[in-house]
Every structure is written in structure tokens, then in C-alpha cells.
Design a protein around this ligand. Structure first.
Ligand code: GLA
Length: 358
């Protein structure tokens, strides 16, 4: 510990995921990246613990580190998890602001957890590794907040590098950077305006189904499972879930090869295939998102698209050329007519992981 410093400002990015969905709790591969939309955290030493949200204009003061069933749990949980690992946390005053849409599948909760952890460690002068920070944030989400998510989001928020995607093998937690050459292609996120409930039963239900498939096959990990093994599963639902996991892992590896030659038409094809599998085998899409994908498919300016994150709403990630603005204009009109929801589009720029602004 180097002694406590004065006010510190931290930017913690949201994340998108190019491909590898619902594989991170199945020992699989993922290929996410951080985006230039941030949770901003200001922290300074104080006599007592206080957190203020600029967005809700609500603050909370606390002395004990118990759950509150509010957004403050992402802060309190990080303190608890840091302390469990032997990192003392002195009282602070914290202000939180964000331009990252909440509940849109862009990992605002991981951005908050990792950002809070990083801000506290910076204030306390702890030289903590980004991997440890990601693991602390992940244990906060799973054990304190109570959402049984995989490691993708926290790793991406902590470890990303601008102009790169992060390939993670979630079985070994090994990762490598994969350059994203976006000179001749654009990445967009379309917010469907439909909110998912991440903590809801469907996410945990899918996890349970995946555990059941492995038990049924007498396997411990999907990494030892072949397509032939999957085809022998008699329960149709379980067979479809396993089929998604196995084929999605293959698509991530094929995407890595396609990126080596900047073959974005091919990457786009894998994105569409990923979507069909998420829709038909994993069953985590919804009519609004399928409508958007259906419309995108009609345009040759779009290379590929799929639902991002946990599912049941949230965002669509799109690979397209610069004519996309015209395409989305038409789709927005139709979407508004059908669902009475205004589509919001983010023109994506990749970002570094959590960092401090001097
Ligand atoms: C959520 C979870 C992640 C991951 C995705 C689905 O974003 O937080 O860990 O499981 O869903 O790929």
C-alpha cells in the first residue's frame, strides 16, 4: 500500500460480444470486446462510506456491509469480496455516473463492479492484477448479488484493449488479444428497447439444463463432448441446448480464422448462424429481436447480425458497411410501426478496459 490518494476518476467500459454466447459457463470460448460507453466512478477518502448515483440522484450511506437489494449491492459486494481476500477498505465518498444503457445486454453491472473495485484499489494504493480484479468482481456478482453468470463480462471490462477483441478460453481462463481491423467494416449495436431480466429464471434454467445434459452423458465438461455424443441424447430440449454449446464453440474458432484475413463477410455468416442457434436451439431470443434480424438479413450491406448477451431482449450486434445508416432508417420505421418502440443505434468503437483518467 502506497498511502491513500486524493480524488480519483475511473472509466469502466461496457462490453459487446462478437461471438460465443452462453458458452462462458460451459467451459467454452468467447470473443468479446469493450466499447466506448462507460460507467464513470469518482472516489475520494472520507470519514464514512457514501455512494451517490448521478443518474437516479440518490445516495446511500452505510456502515455495515449487508445486502440492500438495490444498485448499491454492486459497491457493497465489492468491498465484501476485497476484504475476504485480505484487502482492507477504508471509508470513501463515491459518485457514479454512466452513459452505458442499463439492462441492454451491454454488461452495465460488470462495468460497475470492476470499476468500483479498480477505484477502491487505486485509492488504497493496491497493485492488484486485472485478472484478480475480474475474479473479485465475478465473485461479487455470483455470491453477493446472486446472479450465476460466467466470467466473460468481468474479464472483458477489466482486460480489454482498444482495437482488439478478447479471445477467452473460459475453461482455463487463458486469453489472447485478437486485432479487429475495422477499416472496411463497421460494428453497430441496435438496442431493441426490450429489457431483459438477467437475474430471471430463464438464465439459471439454461445453466441447469446444461448441467443436466452433462450428467446425462456422464461428462464433466462440454470440451470432451462431440456432435455424435449430442445426437444420441434422447431428450429434445437437452439435445438442443448441447447442440448450441458445441456448435457455438466451433463458430468462435472459425471466426478467429476468418478475422486473420479480415474476411468480414464470413464472420457475418457465423454471426447469423450463431443467432439461429440461439433462437432455435438455446431459445433465448424474442420476437422483437427476430424481427430486427429478419429485416437486416434482407440487405446486402449487412454482413451478419445476432442477439448479444443473456438474451430475451437487449441488443443486436451488426457487422455492416457504411451504407448501414440508410438500412437502419427503414428498419426503424417498420419497428416503430409494429412495436411502437424507437430503435437506438450505437456506432461502436472499441475501448481499453477499466482505466483511470488523470
Ligand atoms: C450474460 C452473462 C455472461 C454470459 C452471457 C451469455 O451477459 O453475464 O456471463 O453468460 O450472458 O453469453
Amino acid at each position: 500500500m502506497n498511502g491513500m490518494s486524493e480524488k480519483i476518476v475511473v472509466y469502466s467500459p461496457g462490453r459487446a460480444n462478437l461471438i460465443g454466447e452462453h458458452t462462458d459457463y460451459n467451459d467454452g470460448y468467447v470473443l468479446p470486446f469493450a466499447i466506448k460507453r462507460y460507467v464513470k466512478i469518482e472516489i475520494e477518502p472520507s470519514k464514512s462510506f457514501r455512494v451517490f448515483s448521478e443518474q437516479t440522484k440518490k445516495g446511500i450511506a452505510f456502515e455495515h456491509f449487508n445486502r440492500t437489494d438495490s444498485w448499491a449491492d454492486y459497491v457493497i459486494g465489492i468491498i465484501v469480496k476485497l476484504k475476504e481476500r485480505g484487502y482492507d477498505v477504508k471509508p470513501f465518498n463515491m459518485r457514479i455516473n454512466s452513459d452505458l444503457p442499463m439492462g441492454a445486454g451491454l454488461s452495465s453491472s460488470a462495468a460497475l463492479e470492476v470499476g468500483v473495485g479498480y477505484a477502491i484499489c487505486q485509492m488504497m494504493g493496491y497493485d492488484i492484477s486485472m485478472e484478480e480484479l475480474a475474479n473479485i468482481a465475478h465473485s461479487c456478482e455470483v455470491e453477493f448479488v446472486g446472479v450465476r453468470c460466467g466470467i466473460m463480462d468481468q474479464y472483458t471490462v477489466a482486460l480489454s484493449k482498444e482495437n482488439n477483441a478478447l479471445f477467452i478460453d473460459t475453461m482455463t481462463k487463458e486469453y489472447k488479444y485478437v486485432p479487429l481491423n475495422l477499416e472496411n467494416v463497421r460494428i453497430y449495436l441496435i438496442d431493441s428497447g426490450v429489457k431483459h431480466e438477467l437475474g430471471n429464471s430463464e438464465y439459471n434454467k439454461r445453466r441447469k439444463e446444461c448441467e443436466d445434459v452433462l450428467n446425462a452423458m456422464g461428462q464433466k465438461s462440454f470440451r470432451n463432448v462431440s456432435i455424435e455424443d449430442v445426437e444420441r441424447i434422447s431428450d429434445e430440449i437437452l439435445r438442443k441446448r448441447a447442440l448450441h454449446v458445441i456448435t457455438e464453440n466451433t463458430r468462435v474458432l472459425k471466426t478467429l480464422s476468418a478475422l486473420e484475413t479480415d474476411n468480414f463477410r464470413l464472420v457475418g455468416k457465423y454471426l447469423y448462424e450463431s443467432h439461429y442457434s440461439l433462437r432455435d436451439n438455446y431459445e433465448v431470443s424474442c420476437p422483437e429481436i427476430d424481427f430486427i434480424i429478419g429485416e437486416l438479413e434482407k440487405s446486402s450491406n449487412v454482413y451478419g447480425a445476432r442477439i448479444v448477451g443473456a438474451g430475451f431482449g437487449g441488443c443486436v450486434i451488426v457487422l455492416a458497411n457504411s451504407e448501414f445508416e440508410k438500412v437502419i432508417y427503414e428498419i426503424s420505421k417498420k419497428y416503430d410501426m409494429k412495436y411502437n418502440i424507437e430503435l437506438k443505434v450505437i456506432d461502436v468503437e472499441t475501448s481499453d478496459g477499466v482505466h483511470r483518467i488523470e
